[in-house]
Design a protein around this ligand. Structure first.
Ligand code: MN
Length: 599
């Protein structure tokens, strides 16, 4: 069974269908929680809502295949139930609904309906391949978890690594995984407080940052809020109370929007102005960050200009001409984009009645990418006016690059967390801009330039001045790296060469950590411990067994095989597998023979 399974039901709208205004409060998940108790499922046609949502966004979509996949999923999961007692099929149906509301294509919806069949039922990847073809199979396989009973603690890391590798080929794997987690989080109420907190924390740890990196704000808002609901129920309730009792709030926003429209018209800027409420989590974050005793929630409007990027600056001029801007609150995420697809201008002005008002300014295209990130090209297939998710894919490729060098799943997970860390700085080196984790140093920059530059780096200047290699860099710093092989660098003959171990104490980027570790691993074995090798050997056998669609319920046959092959114990056999002095395929063949024909 899905470890995250709670009680489920097909929820109402999981995401706003229209990109225009995003009434997060009205569509807040508490209300949805409330409403789903009264939600009457469509008994005669359980997929009616799903196919309608899908057709609304993609009018020529083939819903026959959606119905066929539902029928198979339903029959495979029949007899299984969620913690709440609901039939299990309510879960994949809700996950598919979330994907449909995001605007994903038919293949994604089919895979979402089937996403737990291979993991939790007797349906095999082969059968899936025969019924729905390679694309759906790849997507389902990408979200299928490794067996916890078999992998033990490495299961989580290995599962996430597998998912990331699968997403490298097809990013829709991650969209399904995020929708899956969103629905599981919404239905955690049937579980103990401890497991709710554990799952919510794990979500916040990796999946929310992943969602942010993929730029799918529409999904991230819902994930954020459901995490807050489980981790900080009191704060959530306080913000909910605050948001629902704001006399004059709507009138004020309508007044500001009207005046902004007028100001824009005077400046001849074509634009739509709409109130844009914040979601609960973002109110909570600002409240905590500012140390406020009451929820801090400034009124906010979005200006979506109908024209080229430069119109955003014209709109900014119009707004600043109408109301005085607050110093230090202007941010230009168009000229300096974040490390996801988000692009906008942000400013805060002193609005009517002397109240502060936040203003977001963007074009229609920026608006789409800001809401849907990598999902944009699926939602709007005909207007792919920008390379779909180019930034995300570069990032994903880099993660995939270093994952090949990480043998240990736990280490992989650590590096991923670090890479996803929210704080980032942009620095300039040798003519290029680099995004690095905050606190990064010239050594991080050197490894970003190339592994060789990193290994041979000797000195650095920051903004033209010589600085220690361990200096933390600030946003906008210009860095120059000097290495052993530079012609103009004179190296003292006795100066130590190559990377230093102490660098590991201050570097921040995964790239630098991996490269330095690799350097020392190569120089002096053993780079990984026996315990790691045992774990890896076990993981390798598990993977190989999966190729044969098999798993191991107990270690007894493996121990017997170790004995038969003349190894002193199971651990030694696993080390041999890890070091490839024993071929995993051969081991698995003998193992299967041993289990199938015990004599
Ligand atoms: Mn699931």
């Amino acid at each position: 069974m899905d470890v995250d399974a709670g009680h489920g039901a097909a929820l109402g709208r999981a995401l706003p269908a229209a990109a225009q205004t995003v009434p997060t409060q009205e569509g807040s998940f508490t209300q949805r929680l409330r409403s789903f108790f009264s939600f009457q499922s469509n008994n005669d046609d359980p997929v009616a809502t799903l196919t309608r949502t899908h057709r609304n966004i993609h009018p020529s979509a083939d819903v026959a295949v959606v119905r066929r996949s539902y029928a198979i999923a339903e029959s495979m999961h029949r007899g299984q139930f969620r913690k709440s007692g609901d039939p299990y099929i309510t879960h994949p149906l809700a996950v598919a609904q979330i994907c449909a509301e995001l605007g994903m294509d038919t293949t994604t919806i089919v895979a979402a309906l089937l996403h737990d069949t291979v993991e939790d039922t007797s349906y095999t990847l082969e059968a899936l391949h025969g019924d729905f073809g390679p694309e759906v199979t790849h997507l389902v396989d990408g979200v299928t978890k490794f067996d916890k009973a078999y992998y033990g603690k490495a299961a989580e890391g290995e599962t996430i690594r597998k998912m990331i590798v699968a997403a490298g080929k097809d990013v829709r794997v991650l969209v399904i995984k995020l929708a899956d987690r969103l629905h599981n989080m919404r239905t955690l109420d049937a579980r103990s407080p401890a497991s709710r907190a554990r799952i919510a924390t794990a979500t916040l740890d990796v999946l929310v940052p992943l969602c942010d990196r993929l730029g799918i704000q529409a999904l991230k808002r819902d994930l954020d809020d459901v995490v807050l609901y489980h981790l900080e129920p009191d704060s959530f309730a306080r913000i909910d109370e605050h948001v629902k009792n704001r006399p004059g709030w709507d009138e004020y926003l309508a007044d500001v929007s009207g005046k902004a429209r007028l100001a824009l018209r005077h400046s001849r800027v074509d634009a739509q102005v709409t109130p844009r409420p914040r979601h609960y989590y973002s109110i909570w974050k600002d409240t905590v960050a500012g140390g406020h005793s009451v929820p801090l929630d400034l009124p906010r409007i979005a200006v979506v200009v109908d024209g080229p990027d430069t119109d955003c600056y014209a709109a900014l001029g119009a707004i600043h001409g109408r109301w005085r801007p607050v110093a230090g609150r202007f941010k230009d995420f168009i000229a300096s984009p974040k490390n996801n697809l988000y692009r906008s201008l942000h400013t805060t002005v002193v609005g009517p009645e002397g109240k502060l008002v936040e203003v977001l300014i963007r074009t229609e295209t920026m608006h789409r990418y800001s809401e849907y990130g990598v999902a944009t090209s699926y939602r709007y297939p005909k207007v792919a006016d920008e390379p779909p998710g180019a930034d995300q894919l570069t990032w994903l490729k880099r993660v995939l690059d270093w994952q090949q060098d990480t043998t240990d799943a736990a280490q992989f997970l650590d590096s991923l967390r670090c890479d996803l860390a929210e704080g980032q700085v942009t620095v300039f080196a040798h003519g290029n801009a680099y995004e690095l984790p905050s606190g990064s140093t010239p050594v991080d920059v050197a490894y970003e330039l190339s592994p060789r530059q990193g290994d041979q780096c000797l000195a650095a200047t920051i903004n033209g001045r010589l600085a220690p290699l361990s200096s933390p860099l600030r946003d906008g710093d210009v860095v120059e790296i000097f290495s052993e092989t530079d012609d103009h660098v004179e190296v003292e003959p006795n100066a130590p060469r190559g990377p230093r171990r102490e660098w590991l104490g201050f570097v921040k980027s995964s790239q630098a950590q991996m490269q330095i570790n690799r350097f020392f691993d190569e120089k002096n074995e053993p780079g990984i411990s026996i315990a790691d090798k045992v774990r890896l050997g076990r993981a390798t056998i598990g993977l190989t067994l999966r190729k044969h669609d098999r798993g191991l319920a107990s270690e007894v046959p493996l121990r017997r095989l170790a004995e038969e092959l003349g190894y002193p114990d199971l651990e030694t056999l696993l080390v041999a597998v890890c070091e490839r002095s024993l071929e995993p395929d051969a081991v698995v063949e003998q193992l299967i023979a041993l289990v199938d024909h015990p004599d």
